[in-house]
Design a protein around this ligand. Structure first.
Ligand SMILES: N[C@@H](CCC(=O)N[C@@H](CS)C(=O)NCC(=O)O)C(=O)O
Length: 199
């Protein structure tokens, strides 16, 4: 078994490394740079024609897009540490909903704030920046201690890390609902391991 994560510490691949550390799955890092052309090489573009990370290659299976990688890994590697509610678990619906909300809500709202453009909220799939912040503030304010309750899942890694990242970049306000939850995330040993320098 060989699982490779294409990685740069200044990227969304950090979230996938944290997920792998939480799962306890062995993996290898393939470092890629922004300036050295490695994300534009024919070999890399054959893996992801977007020329972006994260990318994983798991026993020859290529997966791109953070949410897809998270769903794939957590469904496949359940025996190590189960971060995904089963298909017939009532938590499966909320689990998928909030995982996808990372890409469909948080990401575009964060970009809207950082770039500063306005759209009709009825036209934009995510509504507006203000709506997304308000929804997430309510969600994280109720997290007890995690988004789905007692159970820590991939939603905490993907959506939780997204909120933490958005706060660091000044895109989300440092509201107590966000900071209290993110402090709990920061205490996780797997996150500390995932931020260690790549050997
Ligand atoms: N939708 C993608 C976004 C991936 C993405 O934007 N990756 C950035 C780094 S965080 C990247 O690789 N940028 C390099 C480039 O576009 O040249 C995901 O969620 O995985």
């Amino acid at each position: 078994m060989a699982l490779t994560l294409y990685f740069n510490p200044q990227s969304r691949a950090r979230t996938m490394r944290w997920l792998l550390e939480e799962l306890g799955v062995p993996y290898e890092i393939a470092p890629v740079g922004y300036e050295d052309g490695s994300m534009r090489s024919p070999e890399f573009l054959a893996l992801n024609p977007m020329g972006k990370i994260p990318v994983i290659v798991d026993d020859g299976v290529v997966v791109t897009e953070s949410v897809a990688i998270a769903i794939y890994l957590c469904d496949k590697y359940k025996s190590t540490n189960d971060l995904a509610p089963a298909l017939d678990d009532p938590l499966r619906g909320p689990y998928l909903r909030w995982l996808v909300y990372y890409a469909a809500g948080l990401e575009p709202a964060m970009t809207q704030k950082l770039v500063g453009f306005e759209l009709n909220p009825r036209t934009a799939g995510w509504g507006s920046y203000e709506q997304v912040v308000s929804v997430l503030k309510d969600l994280l304010g109720k997290a007890d201690p995690w988004i789905l309750g007692e159970r820590f899942t991939a939603v905490d890694v993907v959506l939780g890390n997204g909120v933490s990242f958005a706060m660091q970049f000044g895109a989300f306000p440092k509201e107590p609902e966000f900071t209290a939850y993110c402090d709990r995330l920061l205490a996780r040993p797997a996150l500390k391991r995932a931020t260690e320098e790549v050997a």
